[in-house]
Design a binder for this molecule. Structure first.
Ligand code: AMP
Length: 297
């Protein structure tokens, strides 16, 4: 199988989660962490990010084991990025309780020469400023995959549109898509998002699955049924990590979406990265076969 390289940028965080299953503090999280752990089941990315002096050795080991190299992971005096979220009764929707950027606030990445020429660049959810900075440092012509969130659409839309103009594949959830495009109909909104740059727009509909708009084609995928959702945090990032790993291995967009969905399905079965970490290739394959039947074009 083809083995390309992936450069991954995103947050590395200590998360506090409140939901009907309990209250957990300082869980290892962040968009880059979920994406790295997910991708590493098949292909280890090279990570770009920063953590503070409070980041434990155990957490560092998780990143080291999930990545091909951590040359561009900076450890700096100060607090690690922290995020707190509280889920509503329906288990899907949530509110952000706090976002403390910590050492991410003044982070200016300088990508090492070895990591500058990736085949795939996954700009996971983080400020568009940082995404553009890393994108501009890359040489060659990587396939650019971008994820974002409402916060950046609200406070940094112009910068986000600049990153989008250089993006090949946009991963976005339905509320973010409507906010980004200001169009209510998903299909029309996706067309508008494609007009911003990316040839492919993948819309994540949570427990309803996902829809891929690529060129003039559309296909959709369901989800793994009957799961006990303990903590949906990081599902989108795990989806992205799985998807990029499959593309980098030369698989089709459909197979990549299936892999992303399977890895997201493990992620949500426990708090933090626990279930994702303990999933194995045999179980992943079993869920892949289940999902194949839900593919519709
Ligand atoms: P998801 O559930 O896929 O939206 O991702 C949740 C992860 O995103 C958590 O682990 C958070 O640490 C991280 N996160 C939350 N807010 C931000 C932000 N503004 N920028 C980057 N990462 C964030």
């Amino acid at each position: 199988m083809k083995q390309s390289t992936i450069l991954l940028l995103g947050s590395i965080a200590l998360d506090t989660i409140e939901n009907s299953f309990g209250h957990q503090k300082n869980l290892l999280g962040g968009s880059a962490t979920y994406a790295a752990v997910s991708s590493s089941k098949f292909l280890k990315p090279n990570i770009v990010g920063i953590v503070g002096s409070d980041f434990s050795k155990t957490n560092k080991k998780v990143l080291k084991n999930s990545c091909n190299n951590i040359k561009d992971l900076i450890i700096k005096e100060g607090p690690t990025f922290r995020w707190g979220g509280k889920y509503f009764e329906n288990g899907d929707d949530r509110e952000t309780l706090f976002t403390e950027l910590g050492v991410f606030e003044n982070f200016v990445p300088l990508i090492s020469i070895d990591n500058k020429n990736p085949d795939y660049l996954f700009l996971a959810n983080i400020s568009p400023d940082l995404q553009l900075n890393v994108l501009n440092q890359c040489i060659g012509n990587p396939v650019v995959v971008l994820d974002t969130m409402n916060l950046w659409i609200d406070i940094a839309k112009e910068k986000l549109l600049s990153v989008l103009s250089k993006t090949d594949i946009l991963l976005i959830n339905e509320t973010e898509l409507l906010e980004l495009t200001e169009v209510e109909d998903f299909s029309k909104a996706s067309k508008k998002a494609q007009s911003f740059g990316p040839n492919t727009v993948i819309v994540k509909h949570g427990s309803k699955g996902s829809v891929c708009y690529t060129g003039n084609m559309v296909f959709s995928l369901g989800v793994i049924p009957n799961l006990v959702v303990k903590d949906p945090t990081g599902a989108g990032d795990s989806f992205g990590g799985g998807l990029v790993s499959a593309l980098a291995q030369g698989l089709s967009l459909k197979e990549a979406m299936i892999r992303g969905t399977v890895l997201a399905s493990f992620c949500i079965e426990d708090f933090g990265i626990n279930a994702l970490m303990s999933s194995n290739i045999k179980e992943i394959e079993k869920r892949r076969l289940l999902l194949l039947n839900t593919l519709k074009s």
